[in-house]
Design a binder for this molecule. Structure first.
Ligand code: NDP
Ligand SMILES: N[C@@H](CC=O)C(=O)O
Ligand code: NA
Length: 334
């Protein structure tokens, strides 16, 4: 499989590290996964035998992939010109415009590439358009990493819960805010923990998206559209974040047998994100960067999934599973 990586930040490099580290395991079990181009805002490297280890080192040391050395080529030129099977789109989620990812994804389909993304922006703003474009160009579009990181949720609903009517979903879908609330519950202050979250690489490029609840809002829009057949955008979500939650509030909640969690929920067609009091013994009371989702379904009844919602390797796990799934689909077709 020939792969183009657009975006070489925490997640792009995380995927490159996993493809490098597990290359023998992957070759033995699934065949070859060859990265033939990597692009960031400085330019791109293109080649049949890119040294992923060196590409990661150059990026981490200098911040620019062009120092590999690479060439001054835009992401769009890479998408159009490079022969590849799939584009992995992992640029920042822009929840106002969905760009540059929306254009990257559409141009990938138009130029014969399947797409795997972790980017919530275009999915939360232009879901219907992207799905229709993928269909028009007969391309596969997978985005498991966009909701809950490593936590299986989209593919779980589409495959293992296939045939079920998903009546409601509620859960914790943002690892950064859950990490912050967990550490504040241990007495640490907000600013200290937000700094830690950024250093862990779990926060958004613009962490306001995490704190404000907008990242969670984007994710419940993706779930509503992708697995509940609704047609929503982020503008349909009632959103409140954790800006006003203090260690004192958490302490008082704990004294009464509760904790406070940022909950996203889809129920009766309504999409809501807000901090909620959760009983200490609830399945929703998960810690750190963990995410949790509680499905209510007609046949399987209640289903709860838990997993790490953020992080380089964790998110790369979801991207890799989508890549493997596409590889199997295109090999079965040939
Ligand atoms: N971090 C996490 O745990 C998770 C993140 N995600 C999503 O994954 C995506 C990437 O996140 P993350 O890696 O953390 O973000 P980073 O900010 O670490 O990396 C973003 C990368 O995109 C590059 N980029 C920006 N604009 C362009 C462009 N026009 N063309 C090519 N490259 C571009 C940046 O380039 P440059 O380096 O030159 O600035 C950078 O390399 C986001 O959409 C995020 O929401 C999803 C799940 C988990
Ligand atoms: N910033 C996000 C990353 C994954 O989507 C989070 O903290 O969950
Ligand atoms: Na996921």
């Amino acid at each position: 499989m020939r792969i183009i990586i657009i975006g070489f930040g925490v997640i792009g490099r995380g995927l490159a590290k996993v493809l490098y580290k597990k290359r023998e395991f992957l070759r033995k079990n699934y065949g070859d996964f060859n990265v033939v181009a990597i692009a960031d805002r400085s330019g791109a490297i293109i080649g049949e035998d890119i040294d992923l280890k060196r590409a990661i080192e150059v990026k981490e040391k200098s911040g620019k992939i062009i120092n590999y050395p690479g060439i001054e080529k835009s992401s769009l030129e890479v998408i159009k010109d490079v022969d590849a099977d799939v584009v992995v789109e992992v640029t920042p989620s822009n929840l106002d415009t969905g760009e540059p990812a929306r254009t990257h994804i559409i141009e990938s389909f138009k130029h014969g590439k399947h797409v795997v993304t972790a980017n919530k922006g275009p999915l939360a703003l232009y879901f219907k358009e992207l799905m229709e474009t993928a269909k028009r160009y007969n391309k596969i579009f997978k985005f498991e990493a966009s909701v809950g990181g490593a936590m299986p949720i989209i593919n779980l609903a589409k495959e293992t819960l296939a045939g079920n009517k998903i009546i409601s979903i509620r859960g914790i879908l943002n690892g950064t805010t859950n990490y912050i609330l967990t550490k504040m519950e241990e007495g640490l202050d907000f600013e200290t923990v937000l700094k830690e979250a950024k250093e862990l690489g779990i926060a958004e490029t613009n962490p306001y998206q995490d704190i404000s609840g907008l990242d969670t809002a984007a994710k419940i829009v993706i779930l509503a559209n992708a697995i509940m057949g609704l047609n929503k955008t982020i503008k349909d979500v009632k959103v409140r974040g954790i800006e006003k939650i203090t260690p004192e509030a958490l302490f008082l909640a704990n004294k009464r047998g509760y904790t406070i969690k940022l909950i996203g929920e889809i129920v009766n067609g309504y999409l809501i994100v807000e901090p909620k009091l959760i009983p200490i013994n609830s399945p929703l009371n998960v810690k750190g960067t963990l995410n949790v989702a509680m499905f209510e379904t007609d046949l399987a009844k209640e289903v709860v999934v838990v997993g790490r919602g953020a992080g380089a390797e964790e998110t790369a796990s979801a991207i890799l599973s989508d890549l493997i799934s596409i590889k199997k689909m295109i090999e079965n077709e040939s």
